[in-house]
Design a protein around this ligand. Sequence first.
Ligand code: T5A
Length: 207
Amino acid sequence: MSAGRFITLEGVEGAGKSTVARFAQEWLSTHGVQAVLTREPGGTPLAERVRDIVLQPGAEAIPPEAEMLLMFAARAIHLASLIRPALARGEWVICDRFTDATRAYQGGGRGVPDSVIDHLAKLVHGDLWPDRTVLLDLPVREGLERARGRGGAADRFEQEREPFFDRVRQAYRLLAEREPTRIRIVDASRPLRAVQSDVAAVLDELL
Ligand code: T5A
């Protein structure tokens, strides 16, 4: 049995992660690979309950450290119940966000020290890191406009102001600079077809 592959998609709000995740699953399927599609925070019934806590706007503030711990709590559940078992069965996993999101949002955005996040990452997933991460990069304002264009109520993160997302975007780009083999930047401001073509090229490398 060949080993499963772990692929993650990252980027600011509205970058196109969910759209590209569905494309990646279909593209792999036409190349004979069945992939599980999942997301963070969430992915299992219990982790989705943690997602509700962390995304729903409420009267009580969530301190940055608590926000980070909730992300890792959901991740630990997701890894144990879905990601690790799927990879062990030789399946591919496509995940909409993972620990790079914690580094970008809680690290870059909220100012939690990298060393703290790295320590928790080691605790929760040890040496398991994605085989490839596609960073869908675009100006923050464009992403927010796309996300708002879908309608629906803004979640707790979507209520943040632009400077927060600028820090998140910068943090993502720094991560990609540091890990160019794993993290591939795709210019997500282009038409979807061009974005999909670049994503297909990244997937092709793994086949
Ligand atoms: N979070 C998460 C943390 O803070 N720390 C963590 O560790 C983790 C895991 C999750 C929130 O949690 C935070 C980050 C997030 O704020 P979420 O519901 O997953 O929230 O929301 P987002 O990740 O922000 O995702 P969105 O659903 O808002 O956006 P997507 O998935 O990036 O974008 P998508 O695919 O829905 O596309 C948005 C719109 O744009 C169109 C689509 O059709 C859609 O209408 N579109 C394009 N239009 C033109 N050109 C293209 N190339 C397009 N691509 C997509």
